[in-house]
Design a protein around this ligand. Sequence first.
Ligand code: DGL
Length: 268
Amino acid sequence: MSRQKILVFDSGLGGLTVYRAVRALRPDADYLYLGDDALFPYGRLAPEVLIARVNAVIGAAMAQFPAGCIVIACNTASTLVLPELRARFSIPIVGTVPAVKPAAAMTASGVVSVLATPGTVSRDYTQDLIREFAGGVRVTLVGSKALAGLAERALRGEAVDDAAIGAEIAPCFVEDGDRRTDVVVLACTHYPLLLDRLNALAPWPVKWVDPAPAIARRVVQVLGEIRSEGEGSARATFTAGTPQEPNLVRALAADGLSEAGVRLPPAG
Ligand code: DGL
């Protein structure tokens, strides 16, 4: 019985938050982490561009790493491309979509914010989640143009100003009479990379919902009971080429990820 192969995909480094949670539960699987950083950030791309691009990149990766499960660790892509991918690959495809339902169950004040990329905020998928699962809750959608990029810079060891992060999260903090926001959904997988900074910069304490543990539980469920002995391999590949910055190389190594040498389509 060969090891399970899991492909974890994001536009850049944000999917690492999901990869970590999945690998913690299934260390026996072989992993390929795929970041389409040549087109980062996805949040600004038109839907048709994004659908074509994700299909091309995942197709190329699957030809070289025939995974038994694909994790789309990106809300901006998942809210758009899951139907196409599921029609194309007959394996479980686990997406990441805004955790509106858990947030609605968690809020005591009834005031919730969803912090995401401009793409995710504009999707019908997101609107439908709110209509279906957040009846009676005041939901504020906050589309951040810069926060995913700031998270990448922080992971690469660059200095990121408190003011820059503070400005991106400020619209999440809503006061409505004597009620105020008590839950913020992190609906972009990059944002949990900044969790300590988000806690420190919040105007008042809130619960931040990181979907990674729930996604990891879902992956465990779809993979089933059979496990392999020992630890599997973990490799990463990026469409912009092999990362050279020492801080990033160190961060990937700390996540157990080494270079995969997978050939992927360039941008455009
Ligand atoms: N990590 C991605 C998400 O979950 C997107 C960040 C971006 O590329 O704009 O939405």
